[in-house]
Design a protein around this ligand. Structure first.
Ligand code: FAD
Length: 357
Protein backbone atom coordinates (compact mmCIF):
# COMPACT_ATOMS: atom_id res chain seq x y z
CA UNK A 1 0.00 0.00 0.00
CA UNK A 2 1.27 3.50 -0.72
CA UNK A 3 -0.07 6.58 1.05
CA UNK A 4 0.66 10.02 -0.44
CA UNK A 5 0.81 12.76 2.18
CA UNK A 6 1.80 12.57 5.84
CA UNK A 7 -0.66 15.01 7.39
CA UNK A 8 -2.77 13.57 10.17
CA UNK A 9 -5.11 11.87 7.66
CA UNK A 10 -2.26 10.11 5.82
CA UNK A 11 -0.39 9.19 9.01
CA UNK A 12 -3.55 7.85 10.69
CA UNK A 13 -4.30 5.79 7.58
CA UNK A 14 -0.77 4.39 7.36
CA UNK A 15 -0.85 3.56 11.08
CA UNK A 16 -4.18 1.71 10.84
CA UNK A 17 -3.11 -0.24 7.74
CA UNK A 18 0.07 -1.36 9.54
CA UNK A 19 -2.07 -2.40 12.50
CA UNK A 20 -4.13 -4.53 10.14
CA UNK A 21 -0.99 -6.24 8.88
CA UNK A 22 -0.40 -4.50 5.52
CA UNK A 23 3.06 -3.28 4.49
CA UNK A 24 2.86 0.50 3.99
CA UNK A 25 4.98 3.09 2.20
CA UNK A 26 4.22 6.72 3.18
CA UNK A 27 5.48 9.51 0.91
CA UNK A 28 5.76 13.17 1.96
CA UNK A 29 8.41 15.80 1.23
CA UNK A 30 8.51 16.53 4.98
CA UNK A 31 9.45 12.93 5.84
CA UNK A 32 9.56 12.48 9.62
CA UNK A 33 10.12 16.23 10.17
CA UNK A 34 7.74 19.15 10.49
CA UNK A 35 5.16 19.65 7.77
CA UNK A 36 5.25 22.80 5.62
CA UNK A 37 3.98 25.86 7.50
CA UNK A 38 0.63 26.05 5.69
CA UNK A 39 -0.27 22.33 6.07
CA UNK A 40 -3.64 21.85 7.74
CA UNK A 41 -2.44 19.55 10.51
CA UNK A 42 0.38 21.86 11.53
CA UNK A 43 -2.04 24.80 11.91
CA UNK A 44 -5.02 23.04 13.47
CA UNK A 45 -6.32 23.69 16.97
CA UNK A 46 -7.49 20.09 17.24
CA UNK A 47 -11.03 20.47 18.52
CA UNK A 48 -13.03 17.24 18.31
CA UNK A 49 -16.66 18.28 17.89
CA UNK A 50 -18.69 15.12 17.53
CA UNK A 51 -21.42 15.02 20.16
CA UNK A 52 -22.19 18.75 19.83
CA UNK A 53 -22.72 18.37 16.06
CA UNK A 54 -26.07 19.93 15.19
CA UNK A 55 -27.32 17.14 12.93
CA UNK A 56 -28.31 13.77 14.38
CA UNK A 57 -28.18 11.61 11.27
CA UNK A 58 -26.43 11.29 7.91
CA UNK A 59 -22.86 10.66 6.85
CA UNK A 60 -21.35 13.62 8.76
CA UNK A 61 -22.93 12.51 12.02
CA UNK A 62 -21.86 8.87 11.57
CA UNK A 63 -18.27 9.77 10.66
CA UNK A 64 -17.97 12.10 13.65
CA UNK A 65 -19.33 9.59 16.15
CA UNK A 66 -17.19 6.79 14.77
CA UNK A 67 -14.08 8.97 14.80
CA UNK A 68 -14.54 9.97 18.41
CA UNK A 69 -14.90 6.29 19.36
CA UNK A 70 -11.80 5.39 17.37
CA UNK A 71 -9.69 8.17 18.90
CA UNK A 72 -10.64 6.71 22.28
CA UNK A 73 -9.75 3.15 21.17
CA UNK A 74 -6.46 4.26 19.62
CA UNK A 75 -5.66 6.22 22.74
CA UNK A 76 -6.24 3.09 24.89
CA UNK A 77 -4.10 0.99 22.56
CA UNK A 78 -1.24 3.50 22.63
CA UNK A 79 -1.55 3.91 26.42
CA UNK A 80 -1.03 0.14 26.80
CA UNK A 81 2.25 0.62 24.92
CA UNK A 82 3.23 3.46 27.25
CA UNK A 83 2.45 6.48 25.04
CA UNK A 84 -0.49 8.78 25.71
CA UNK A 85 -2.39 10.68 23.02
CA UNK A 86 -2.51 14.35 24.08
CA UNK A 87 -6.30 14.63 24.48
CA UNK A 88 -8.02 17.05 26.85
CA UNK A 89 -11.71 16.20 27.28
CA UNK A 90 -14.50 18.77 27.43
CA UNK A 91 -16.08 21.36 25.14
CA UNK A 92 -18.09 24.30 26.41
CA UNK A 93 -20.13 26.18 23.80
CA UNK A 94 -21.35 29.56 25.04
CA UNK A 95 -24.59 31.12 23.82
CA UNK A 96 -24.62 34.85 23.23
CA UNK A 97 -28.12 35.11 21.70
CA UNK A 98 -31.45 33.81 23.08
CA UNK A 99 -31.99 31.82 19.88
CA UNK A 100 -28.62 30.11 20.29
CA UNK A 101 -29.46 29.29 23.90
CA UNK A 102 -32.77 27.71 22.84
CA UNK A 103 -30.99 25.62 20.19
CA UNK A 104 -28.49 24.43 22.78
CA UNK A 105 -31.22 23.49 25.22
CA UNK A 106 -33.08 21.56 22.53
CA UNK A 107 -29.87 19.72 21.63
CA UNK A 108 -29.26 18.79 25.28
CA UNK A 109 -32.79 17.36 25.56
CA UNK A 110 -32.55 15.47 22.29
CA UNK A 111 -29.09 14.01 22.97
CA UNK A 112 -29.78 13.22 26.65
CA UNK A 113 -32.78 11.16 25.56
CA UNK A 114 -30.36 9.11 23.43
CA UNK A 115 -27.88 8.69 26.29
CA UNK A 116 -25.28 11.32 25.31
CA UNK A 117 -23.93 13.11 28.39
CA UNK A 118 -24.48 16.73 27.22
CA UNK A 119 -25.63 19.24 29.81
CA UNK A 120 -26.69 22.88 29.98
CA UNK A 121 -24.81 25.37 32.14
CA UNK A 122 -26.75 28.33 33.52
CA UNK A 123 -25.55 31.92 33.41
CA UNK A 124 -24.95 31.64 37.19
CA UNK A 125 -22.71 28.59 36.70
CA UNK A 126 -20.75 30.36 33.96
CA UNK A 127 -20.11 33.39 36.17
CA UNK A 128 -18.39 31.08 38.68
CA UNK A 129 -15.80 29.89 36.14
CA UNK A 130 -12.24 31.15 36.51
CA UNK A 131 -10.74 32.68 34.50
CA UNK A 132 -13.99 34.45 33.63
CA UNK A 133 -15.59 33.56 30.32
CA UNK A 134 -16.71 36.50 28.11
CA UNK A 135 -19.38 38.63 29.70
CA UNK A 136 -22.70 38.38 27.97
CA UNK A 137 -22.82 34.59 27.76
CA UNK A 138 -26.47 33.66 28.39
CA UNK A 139 -25.76 30.02 29.06
CA UNK A 140 -23.65 27.17 27.83
CA UNK A 141 -23.63 23.63 26.50
CA UNK A 142 -21.04 21.34 28.06
CA UNK A 143 -20.02 18.18 26.23
CA UNK A 144 -17.66 16.16 28.44
CA UNK A 145 -16.70 13.56 25.80
CA UNK A 146 -15.78 15.96 22.99
CA UNK A 147 -12.54 17.83 23.53
CA UNK A 148 -9.20 18.78 22.06
CA UNK A 149 -6.35 16.70 20.70
CA UNK A 150 -2.94 18.25 20.08
CA UNK A 151 -2.63 17.67 16.30
CA UNK A 152 1.15 17.98 15.89
CA UNK A 153 1.96 15.78 18.88
CA UNK A 154 -0.65 13.18 17.85
CA UNK A 155 0.67 13.03 14.29
CA UNK A 156 4.20 12.60 15.62
CA UNK A 157 3.15 9.87 18.05
CA UNK A 158 1.30 7.85 15.40
CA UNK A 159 4.19 8.33 12.97
CA UNK A 160 6.78 7.09 15.48
CA UNK A 161 4.60 4.10 16.36
CA UNK A 162 4.10 3.34 12.66
CA UNK A 163 7.88 3.51 12.08
CA UNK A 164 8.41 1.07 14.93
CA UNK A 165 5.93 -1.28 13.16
CA UNK A 166 7.90 -1.21 9.92
CA UNK A 167 6.50 1.80 8.06
CA UNK A 168 8.61 2.72 5.02
CA UNK A 169 8.79 6.53 5.03
CA UNK A 170 9.96 8.23 1.84
CA UNK A 171 10.96 11.91 2.07
CA UNK A 172 9.96 12.98 -1.40
CA UNK A 173 7.16 14.59 -3.40
CA UNK A 174 4.90 12.61 -5.70
CA UNK A 175 5.03 14.43 -9.05
CA UNK A 176 2.52 12.29 -10.91
CA UNK A 177 0.49 9.13 -10.59
CA UNK A 178 -0.55 6.74 -13.37
CA UNK A 179 -2.01 3.28 -13.82
CA UNK A 180 0.57 0.63 -14.77
CA UNK A 181 -0.01 -1.45 -17.84
CA UNK A 182 -1.99 -4.47 -16.71
CA UNK A 183 -3.96 -2.08 -14.46
CA UNK A 184 -3.46 -4.03 -11.25
CA UNK A 185 -0.85 -1.59 -9.95
CA UNK A 186 -0.35 2.15 -9.68
CA UNK A 187 2.84 4.06 -10.44
CA UNK A 188 4.09 7.03 -8.45
CA UNK A 189 6.65 9.29 -10.09
CA UNK A 190 8.82 10.85 -7.38
CA UNK A 191 10.34 14.32 -7.73
CA UNK A 192 13.86 12.91 -7.14
CA UNK A 193 13.51 10.55 -10.09
CA UNK A 194 12.52 7.01 -9.03
CA UNK A 195 9.16 5.55 -10.03
CA UNK A 196 7.40 3.36 -7.43
CA UNK A 197 4.86 0.61 -8.10
CA UNK A 198 2.09 -0.15 -5.64
CA UNK A 199 -1.00 -2.37 -5.57
CA UNK A 200 -3.13 0.27 -3.76
CA UNK A 201 -2.63 4.02 -3.88
CA UNK A 202 -4.17 6.29 -1.26
CA UNK A 203 -4.11 10.02 -2.01
CA UNK A 204 -4.06 11.97 1.27
CA UNK A 205 -2.15 15.03 0.06
CA UNK A 206 -4.56 17.68 1.36
CA UNK A 207 -4.92 20.59 -1.07
CA UNK A 208 -2.36 19.05 -3.44
CA UNK A 209 -4.61 16.03 -4.02
CA UNK A 210 -6.60 17.88 -6.71
CA UNK A 211 -3.57 18.49 -8.96
CA UNK A 212 -2.41 14.87 -8.62
CA UNK A 213 -5.79 13.52 -9.72
CA UNK A 214 -6.64 15.96 -12.50
CA UNK A 215 -4.41 14.31 -15.18
CA UNK A 216 -6.35 11.07 -14.56
CA UNK A 217 -9.61 12.87 -15.40
CA UNK A 218 -10.80 13.17 -11.79
CA UNK A 219 -11.85 16.77 -11.14
CA UNK A 220 -11.96 17.28 -7.37
CA UNK A 221 -11.33 21.02 -6.90
CA UNK A 222 -10.40 22.10 -3.39
CA UNK A 223 -10.58 25.71 -2.17
CA UNK A 224 -7.93 26.86 0.30
CA UNK A 225 -9.68 28.47 3.27
CA UNK A 226 -7.42 30.47 5.53
CA UNK A 227 -7.35 29.84 9.28
CA UNK A 228 -5.42 32.07 11.67
CA UNK A 229 -4.49 31.34 15.25
CA UNK A 230 -2.70 32.92 18.21
CA UNK A 231 -0.92 31.58 21.26
CA UNK A 232 -1.05 33.76 24.38
CA UNK A 233 0.71 33.62 27.73
CA UNK A 234 -1.89 34.30 30.41
CA UNK A 235 -1.18 36.54 33.40
CA UNK A 236 -0.09 35.03 36.75
CA UNK A 237 -2.92 33.33 38.65
CA UNK A 238 -4.91 32.82 35.46
CA UNK A 239 -5.05 29.23 34.20
CA UNK A 240 -7.58 28.29 31.50
CA UNK A 241 -6.92 24.60 32.24
CA UNK A 242 -9.32 25.11 35.16
CA UNK A 243 -12.19 25.36 32.66
CA UNK A 244 -14.21 22.19 32.05
CA UNK A 245 -12.79 22.11 28.52
CA UNK A 246 -12.12 24.23 25.45
CA UNK A 247 -14.52 27.16 25.10
CA UNK A 248 -16.38 28.20 21.93
CA UNK A 249 -17.69 31.75 21.78
CA UNK A 250 -19.22 33.44 18.74
CA UNK A 251 -17.20 31.37 16.28
CA UNK A 252 -13.95 31.72 18.24
CA UNK A 253 -12.21 28.77 19.87
CA UNK A 254 -10.35 29.26 23.16
CA UNK A 255 -8.14 26.25 23.84
CA UNK A 256 -6.44 25.90 27.25
CA UNK A 257 -2.82 24.80 26.95
CA UNK A 258 -0.29 23.68 29.56
CA UNK A 259 1.87 26.35 31.22
CA UNK A 260 -0.90 29.01 31.51
CA UNK A 261 -1.18 29.32 27.77
CA UNK A 262 -4.18 29.72 25.52
CA UNK A 263 -4.71 29.14 21.81
CA UNK A 264 -7.24 31.32 20.03
CA UNK A 265 -8.61 30.54 16.59
CA UNK A 266 -11.60 31.51 14.47
CA UNK A 267 -13.78 28.78 12.99
CA UNK A 268 -14.61 30.64 9.76
CA UNK A 269 -12.54 32.85 7.51
CA UNK A 270 -12.82 33.66 3.80
CA UNK A 271 -11.34 31.56 1.00
CA UNK A 272 -7.73 32.55 0.43
CA UNK A 273 -6.52 34.03 -2.80
CA UNK A 274 -3.47 31.83 -3.41
CA UNK A 275 -0.40 33.25 -1.70
CA UNK A 276 -2.22 36.12 0.06
CA UNK A 277 -1.08 36.84 3.61
CA UNK A 278 -3.45 36.54 6.56
CA UNK A 279 -5.45 39.57 7.61
CA UNK A 280 -3.86 41.36 10.64
CA UNK A 281 -7.21 43.04 11.41
CA UNK A 282 -8.86 39.60 11.67
CA UNK A 283 -6.08 38.50 14.04
CA UNK A 284 -6.58 41.56 16.25
CA UNK A 285 -10.37 41.02 16.26
CA UNK A 286 -9.65 37.45 17.36
CA UNK A 287 -7.43 38.61 20.20
CA UNK A 288 -10.13 41.05 21.35
CA UNK A 289 -12.86 38.39 21.02
CA UNK A 290 -14.60 40.88 18.75
CA UNK A 291 -14.86 43.40 21.58
CA UNK A 292 -15.85 40.92 24.31
CA UNK A 293 -12.41 40.00 25.71
CA UNK A 294 -12.31 39.96 29.52
CA UNK A 295 -9.51 41.96 31.20
CA UNK A 296 -7.36 38.88 31.85
CA UNK A 297 -7.34 38.15 28.11
CA UNK A 298 -6.43 41.72 27.18
CA UNK A 299 -3.55 41.47 29.70
CA UNK A 300 -2.21 38.27 28.09
CA UNK A 301 1.05 38.37 26.15
CA UNK A 302 1.03 37.16 22.52
CA UNK A 303 3.69 34.44 22.09
CA UNK A 304 3.20 33.49 18.45
CA UNK A 305 0.72 33.57 15.63
CA UNK A 306 0.30 31.24 12.72
CA UNK A 307 -1.95 30.48 9.81
CA UNK A 308 -2.82 27.44 7.76
CA UNK A 309 -5.03 26.32 4.94
CA UNK A 310 -8.11 24.17 5.15
CA UNK A 311 -9.03 22.17 2.03
CA UNK A 312 -12.72 22.75 1.29
CA UNK A 313 -14.20 20.61 -1.49
CA UNK A 314 -15.90 22.69 -4.18
CA UNK A 315 -19.43 21.49 -4.95
CA UNK A 316 -19.16 18.34 -2.81
CA UNK A 317 -19.62 17.72 0.89
CA UNK A 318 -16.50 17.39 3.07
CA UNK A 319 -14.63 15.11 3.46
CA UNK A 320 -13.85 13.45 0.12
CA UNK A 321 -13.63 9.72 0.81
CA UNK A 322 -13.90 8.09 -2.58
CA UNK A 323 -12.81 4.95 -4.42
CA UNK A 324 -12.04 6.71 -7.71
CA UNK A 325 -10.85 3.66 -9.62
CA UNK A 326 -9.98 0.10 -8.63
CA UNK A 327 -7.21 0.37 -5.96
CA UNK A 328 -7.15 4.18 -6.06
CA UNK A 329 -8.59 5.88 -2.97
CA UNK A 330 -8.98 9.58 -2.22
CA UNK A 331 -9.01 10.85 1.38
CA UNK A 332 -8.94 14.63 1.32
CA UNK A 333 -11.03 17.80 1.62
CA UNK A 334 -11.49 17.43 5.37
CA UNK A 335 -11.95 21.21 5.60
CA UNK A 336 -12.55 22.14 9.26
CA UNK A 337 -12.62 18.67 10.79
CA UNK A 338 -9.62 16.68 9.61
CA UNK A 339 -8.26 16.15 13.10
CA UNK A 340 -11.58 14.79 14.29
CA UNK A 341 -12.22 12.72 11.15
CA UNK A 342 -8.76 11.21 10.58
CA UNK A 343 -9.52 7.84 12.29
CA UNK A 344 -12.90 7.28 10.61
CA UNK A 345 -11.32 8.19 7.26
CA UNK A 346 -8.50 5.72 7.88
CA UNK A 347 -11.02 3.03 8.79
CA UNK A 348 -13.01 3.71 5.63
CA UNK A 349 -9.85 3.18 3.56
CA UNK A 350 -8.81 0.04 5.42
CA UNK A 351 -12.30 -1.42 4.91
CA UNK A 352 -12.17 -0.64 1.18
CA UNK A 353 -8.87 -2.49 0.90
CA UNK A 354 -10.17 -5.45 2.92
CA UNK A 355 -13.21 -5.65 0.61
CA UNK A 356 -10.93 -5.74 -2.46
CA UNK A 357 -10.93 -3.68 -5.69
C1 FAD B 1 -6.22 27.24 11.62
C2 FAD B 1 -6.84 25.88 11.47
C3 FAD B 1 -7.55 25.34 12.54
C4 FAD B 1 -8.11 24.07 12.43
N1 FAD B 1 -8.75 23.55 13.51
C5 FAD B 1 -9.26 22.30 13.45
C6 FAD B 1 -9.90 21.74 14.58
O1 FAD B 1 -10.00 22.39 15.62
N2 FAD B 1 -10.39 20.46 14.49
C7 FAD B 1 -10.29 19.73 13.34
O2 FAD B 1 -10.73 18.58 13.32
N3 FAD B 1 -9.69 20.25 12.23
C8 FAD B 1 -9.20 21.51 12.27
N4 FAD B 1 -8.61 22.07 11.16
C9 FAD B 1 -8.64 21.30 9.91
C10 FAD B 1 -7.54 20.27 9.88
O3 FAD B 1 -6.32 20.90 10.17
C11 FAD B 1 -7.44 19.62 8.51
O4 FAD B 1 -8.71 19.17 8.10
C12 FAD B 1 -6.50 18.41 8.57
O5 FAD B 1 -5.30 18.76 9.20
C13 FAD B 1 -6.24 17.90 7.19
O6 FAD B 1 -5.24 16.91 7.29
P1 FAD B 1 -4.61 16.29 5.99
O7 FAD B 1 -3.70 15.20 6.43
O8 FAD B 1 -5.69 15.98 5.02
O9 FAD B 1 -3.82 17.50 5.32
P2 FAD B 1 -2.46 18.21 5.68
O10 FAD B 1 -2.19 18.26 7.12
O11 FAD B 1 -2.48 19.51 4.94
O12 FAD B 1 -1.36 17.26 5.04
C14 FAD B 1 -1.19 17.08 3.66
C15 FAD B 1 0.22 16.52 3.46
O13 FAD B 1 0.36 16.16 2.09
C16 FAD B 1 1.69 16.41 1.73
N5 FAD B 1 1.78 16.54 0.27
C17 FAD B 1 1.33 17.55 -0.50
N6 FAD B 1 1.62 17.31 -1.79
C18 FAD B 1 2.24 16.12 -1.82
C19 FAD B 1 2.78 15.35 -2.88
N7 FAD B 1 2.70 15.74 -4.17
N8 FAD B 1 3.39 14.18 -2.58
C20 FAD B 1 3.46 13.74 -1.29
N9 FAD B 1 2.95 14.45 -0.25
C21 FAD B 1 2.36 15.62 -0.53
C22 FAD B 1 2.04 17.70 2.45
O14 FAD B 1 3.46 17.82 2.59
C23 FAD B 1 1.32 17.51 3.78
O15 FAD B 1 2.19 17.00 4.77
C24 FAD B 1 -8.01 23.33 11.22
C25 FAD B 1 -7.30 23.88 10.15
C26 FAD B 1 -6.72 25.13 10.27
C27 FAD B 1 -5.97 25.67 9.11
Amino acid sequence: MTVLGAGLVGVATAWLLLNRGYPVCLIDPAGAGEQAAEAGTRAALGLLMAQVYRRSSGRGWRLRQRSLQLWQQWSDQLAQQGSALPFRPGLLQLASEPQELEQQQRLVQERSAKGFPLRSLSQEELVQLRPQVPEGALGGLLSPLDGQLDPIASRQLLLQDALSRGLELVSDRAEAIAASSGADRWQVQLASGPRLQTPWLLVCAGLASAALLEPLGHQRPLAPVLGQALELQLPAGCDAELWPGSVLWQGINLVPRPGRRLWLGATLEPDLVAGAPGDPAALEALRQLQGHAPDWLLAATPLRQWQGLRARPVGRPAPLLEALEPRLLLLSGHYRNGVLLAPASAEWAADQIAAGP
